[in-house]
Design a protein around this ligand. Sequence first.
Ligand code: SF4
Length: 369
Amino acid sequence: MSGIYIHIPFCRQKCTYCDFVSFPNRLNFAEAYMACLYKEAEMRGKELEKIVFDTVYIGGGTPSVIDPKYIYGLMKQISKCFHLTEDPEATIEMNPGTVDAQKIALYRRAGINRFSVGLQTARDDQLEELGRIHTRADFVACCKLLKGMNFSADIMLGLKGQTKEDVRETIGLAEQNGATHVSMYALTPEDGTPIYTDYLNGELPDGDEVAELYDFGRTLLKEKGYLRYEVSNFCKPGFGSRHNMNYWKRGEYIGLGVSASSFFFGRRFTNTFDLDEYMKCILSGHFPVIESEEVEEKDAKFEFVMLALRTVFGLSSKAYAAQFKSDWKKDFEGAYARTKEYLEETGDTTRIKDEFLYVQNRILTEFME
Ligand code: SF4
């Protein structure tokens, strides 16, 4: 099955760590942008009319800052232009403090059945430091609106002064308020973002400290009944994200909107990161693609190995052989020998041992031969 990703690039303000394509001062362009998205959906839909899609993911930015009528219209347009399964998973990202009961009701009427809420941390002083627009209380209020629904909480590790107690508090808050899923990512201080100065000044936890926080969080999530199904993703049984699983299985997906990337028919391609350029291209009936490349077999093999090893399901020799007609241990002989002590094998499947999950990036780098 394939997925559809749609990028909504508007935010109320820029977080201090944000390196995503998001524009805090251009909310007045929302209507024009959404009209372009509807058009891009129509153009791509014609190309992909034979493909069946199983997931829709509306990310950003903060999709919940725009008028919900556009999300409603977008979902209608997606179901008109693409062939969706009978029961697609449809997710929207949102930030606490940007939604109310009417918005959620309209999202649900539009067919959205999964929500991804940016919590990051339960501590208000840390939220303020990150430039987030919300407080802990806003998160709790948001969860009340989502009571009984399928929703994920995003949390972040590696914040200035963050302790294990903070991680406990944050995971506890997500769980007590009904999150069915938790995504736990380490903060990446990107050059050019305000938080990068804190990193240069040595004010952020170092790699070993973040690894400890991750292990602490991972263990706590397990105790609370969240199963790890990918390095950074944990869910209550039955609540894994189908959309993300498609990425990790190297499934195909189409991206719509500024900066969105796609993987289809063996090619990876990316839309322009420039909002005006995006709209100009679409209005003149052209795809706003700035990069497009065919994935060579060598890269496809590496992607397959890397993505599979990130998941709890691991790397299946049979699945690899079925796709590439070869043996992954032979194709990556050197890397396999160098990383064997970090791996465990059950039947035909290889996984990274739990205790080495946090250094998975270092392990996976070995496979970039
Ligand atoms: S809400 Fe997300 S996309 Fe928007 S500025 Fe903050 S981190 Fe960036």
